[in-house]
Write a protein that binds this ligand. Structure first.
Ligand SMILES: [Zn+2]
Ligand SMILES: [Zn+2]
Length: 170
């Protein structure tokens, strides 16, 4: 079992599946590729962070000053602080406002106090399923320039701990 939620592209109607990452819980910052929308996360415990300019915050999108320290995406694009996840079919950037409906329905279901942030820069980031590999998301970890690339496909963890917490508490 994997914990993928279902969304739809507001441009072409294609449905897609994704996992939502809590950068606070995962202790990371993140950025999306400006060409294909792939997610990159950067661990706050990485030893390479000492070489980076000071961060503007620990648990949201990367500082703009970090962009030049990151390896380009395999597609040729770049991980940017102001990029968005993209539909894998039409490649258009997905709207964070449009996504609110399916995110609030699928993530922390039944918790009416939780609302999606409605942007691609705050605490939560989105990992899209690779259409060629069902159940597997595309995700780059710590793509520092000069570091050895890690595998980009991985199976997301089981249901998020927050969901378990809330389901026990209600
Ligand atoms: Zn689309
Ligand atoms: Zn890319």
């Amino acid at each position: 079992m994997f914990s993928l939620l279902k969304g739809d592209c507001e441009h072409c109607g294609q449905s897609y599946r994704y996992s939502l990452i809590d950068s606070n819980f995962s202790d990371c910052t993140y950025a999306y590729c400006d060409a294909c929308g792939k997610l990159a996360t950067i661990s706050n415990s990485s030893s390479l962070l000492v070489k980076m300019p000071p961060a503007t915050g620990e648990h949201h999108v990367i500082s703009e000053a970090w962009e030049e320290f990151l390896r380009p995406c395999r597609c040729g694009g770049h991980f940017r602080h102001n990029a968005a996840p993209r539909c894998m079919v039409c490649l258009k950037p997905l709207s964070a406002e449009h996504a609110a409906k399916h995110i609030e329905r699928g993530f922390l279901p039944g918790n009416r106090f939780w609302h999606w942030q409605s942007n691609w820069t705050d605490r939560y980031c989105m990992d899209l399923e690779d259409p060629a590999h069902p159940g597997v998301v595309r995700h780059v970890t710590n793509p520092f320039l000069g570091s050895t690339p890690e595998p980009e496909l991985r199976v997301p963890p089981r249901r998020h701990w927050l969901i378990r917490l809330f389901s026990f508490g209600t």
